[in-house]
Design a protein around this ligand. Structure first.
Ligand code: 3PG
Length: 306
């Protein structure tokens, strides 16, 4: 039984060692394809793989066609918009994610982005503090909940809106539950996005919402670039010189953002939220265990293409 770790953005070595231990203890073989840049390398590596562990790596119909022995793909992380689920199902392949395993890492990065933004990107000028400011968390999943916990440590006043999470769950975390998404954007100077990229959410964050934010607004995106309506955000930032945008992934129009708003915009060159040794270990080893559980016991917990 061959398990392939295919990561264009590799895990920390310590995480790969942990994955190897799990896989070999089960009597399986581990293969590594790290830092690959060409799809052809992935297509070649998957040929004899029974299972694959990936991160944001694109697994589409062509990959499933090439992977004749494939039984399971585990996305070591939360978002699985990089996997063609319909094609996986058509090929009889189980797809899982490892929810929550990298959530604290992403949440800590959000805190860092907020500080970076309000201290004017450390340019030597006076900024403002986070304490006492209102933060709205858009989608209250694993990352959103960790952001709430950390933001409370800063003394922020935390709000959340999640169309799929009961108000009681939000309130039990000591967070104000907003009755509508508009109400949250109207109330909060800071908004942190934690929506998955779906047909419903793509392009959904634009003038309609960001335009409602109060003066000195800071929009933080550690989710997916696809959820932002970039054209509308650019126009809004041109109209409002108080609006800042910080992102853990370059938007499609990164050059334009940089050129127009050099003092109010920042994006990490590579998605960095989950890039900690701890998150790599947590998500990588969870992925390995889920593969062993699936192959040996038929366990389908965390399957996302049911
Ligand atoms: C996730 O969906 O888990 C995060 O966006 C992290 O993605 P990465 O594993 O590609 O860094």
């Amino acid at each position: 039984m061959k398990v392939l770790v295919a990561t264009s953005k590799p895990f920390a070595k310590v995480a790969v060692d942990g994955i190897r231990k799990e896989i070999e203890a089960a009597g399986f073989e581990l293969a590594l394809l790290e830092k690959y840049t060409e799809k052809s390398a992935l297509l070649d590596a998957v040929k004899d793989a029974d299972a694959i562990i990936i991160r944001s790596d694109i697994v589409d119909a062509e990959v499933f066609d090439a992977a004749k022995q494939l039984k399971i793909v585990v996305r070591a992380g939360a978002g699985y918009d990089n996997v063609d689920l319909a094609s996986a199902t058509a090929h009889g392949v189980c797809v899982m994610n490892t929810p929550g395993q990298n959530a604290n890492a992403v949440a800590e990065l959000v805190a860092g982005l907020m500080v970076y933004a309000v201290r004017n990107f450390y340019n030597g000028t006076s900024g403002i503090e986070l304490m006492g400011k209102k933060l709205g968390i858009h989608a209250f999943g694993n990352v959103g909940r960790n952001v709430a916990r950390i933001a409370k440590g800063f003394g922020m006043d935390v709000y959340a809106f999640d169309a799929y999470c009961p108000k009681e769950v939000i309130e039990a975390a000591g967070v104000h539950a907003c009755a509508s998404v508009e109400e949250m954007y109207k109330t909060c100077q800071f908004i942190s996005l934690h929506l998955p990229a779906t047909d419903e959410t793509k392009n959904s964050i634009g003038r309609n919402l960001v335009g409602l934010m109060p003066k000195g607004a800071v929009l933080v995106n550690s989710a997916r670039k696809e959820i932002i309506n970039e054209e509308e955000l650019i126009t809004l930032m041109q109209e409002r010189d108080d609006l800042k945008f910080v992102s853990d992934i370059a938007p499609v129009a990164a050059d334009k953002f940089q050129q127009l708003f050099a003092d109010r915009y920042f994006a990490t060159p590579k998605k960095m939220g989950a890039q900690t040794a701890e998150a790599n270990i947590n998500a990588g080893i969870a992925a390995a265990k889920q593969i062993v559980g699936f192959i040996k016991d038929g366990c389908t917990k965390f399957m996302v293409n049911k």
